[in-house]
Write a protein that binds this ligand. Structure first.
Ligand code: FES
Length: 118
């Protein structure tokens, strides 16, 4: 369900394509929400930056370019870069994943709705 810039889904400029090298990870604040984003070759991924296990920045973690996972720097839980799913303990909850669209030299993001926590 990715929408290109200009479609109904609001897209916000995240960065320029050249701002991130292949295999790099960074964080950005979008509308007050911290997002971790990564580039693997020509593919881009974005998930919420705060680990679902504790308040740690996933942008300080390590990505596996083959498995497309992001390892939390604190306790080593693995998250899917594609879906945000928690793949290993100690994290059991996913982190939200966000739609990325590359248009010419710009990288755009549509931030997912924030889930309400009871
Ligand atoms: S803080 Fe991320 S796995 Fe514990």
């Amino acid at each position: 369900m990715s929408a290109p810039p200009g479609a109904s889904e609001p897209m916000i400029k995240l960065c320029e394509v050249d701002d991130l090298a292949d295999g790099d990870l960074a964080r950005a604040e979008i509308d007050g929400r911290m997002i971790a984003y990564a580039r693997v070759a020509d593919a881009w991924f974005a998930v919420d930056d705060t680990c679902s296990h504790a308040k740690v920045s996933l942008a300080d973690g390590i990505i596996d370019e083959d498995d497309l996972t992001l390892e939390c720097p604190k306790h080593g839980a693995l998250f899917s870069l594609e879906t945000g799913e928690a793949l290993t303990l100690p994290a059991i909850k996913p982190v939200a994943s966000h739609t990325i669209s590359v248009r010419e030299t710009g990288v755009f993001i549509a931030v997912a709705e924030q889930e309400e926590h009871a």
